[in-house]
Design a protein around this ligand. Structure first.
Ligand code: ATP
Length: 213
């Protein structure tokens, strides 16, 4: 099975990297591919350029075999839909290999407003990473429409993900790290240090390029 984590990565931080690695190892994935988007659909556009976000990701995953970068959305013009990316990946990997689309609980909360959510589940499993302060595994934390939609697809053990290439939803506990890119951009804008929230090499690029000031 292969994992996919899409995002703006503006910048990439330990709240992306640590959960991605834990899902990779916890579910025995071949690798997790971090997929930076070019044009956001549900949020303001990133401040850093595609090249800068790609460079930060490359610095962040250097030397970690479980994490890789896939820059296909940066090369595609127009809005970056996970659906399009998964169609391409499915064609490349074949019908049999499991694909796990990783997403934070905040992203999962809005999943039904994504482009073609049912078709996404036809192409991949959803692995929801628990984010601090949120308990997505508890039905009360999901809105009613999402709860009803998710219920028949929830799996009771991660082993069941391996039984199908797509179509199931699993909530994976990961070390809660209350880090967001927004928080890091704000710290840098105020002249404060973001150290220990993201890799030092990424901070060096932010400082060198004068990003987020
Ligand atoms: P921003 O603060 O700019 O909105 P972000 O920190 O949420 O950014 P994104 O690049 O938008 O980062 O997130 C990509 C994916 O990673 C999303 O699915 C998001 O839910 C997840 N994610 C981000 N931060 C964390 C975290 N601290 N713990 C778990 N998942 C996270």
């Amino acid at each position: 099975m292969m994992g996919v984590l899409g995002g703006t990565f503006d910048p990439v931080h330990l709240g992306h990297l640590r959960p991605a690695l834990e899902v990779c190892q916890g579910l025995n994935l071949r690798e997790v591919r971090l997929v930076p988007l070019r044009q956001a659909v549900h949020r303001p556009q990133p401040l850093a350029s595609p090249d800068q976000r790609l460079a930060m990701l490359q610095l962040a995953v250097a030397g970690e075999p479980g994490l890789a970068i896939d820059d296909r959305e940066l090369r595609r013009v127009g809005p970056s839909y996970s659906y399009d990316t998964l169609v391409e990946l499915r064609a490349e990997l074949g019908a049999e290999e499991g694909i796990c689309l990783l997403l934070g609980a905040d992203a999962f909360a809005g999943f039904l407003s994504w482009h073609r959510p049912d078709d996404i589940l036809g192409l991949a499993h959803l692995v929801v990473m628990r984010r601090p302060g949120e308990v997505p595994g508890e039905p009360a934390a999901m809105d009613e429409a999402l709860r009803v939609w998710a219920a028949p697809r929830l799996c009771s053990s991660p082993a069941t993900l391996a039984e199908a290439p797509a179509g199931r939803i699993w909530f994976q506990d990961v070390t809660p790290l209350a880090i967001s890119a927004t928080q890091i951009r704000r710290l840098v804008a105020r002249g404060r240090s973001p150290r220990y929230l993201l890799p030092d090499a990424v901070i060096a690029l932010i400082v060198g390029d004068g990003l987020y000031r």
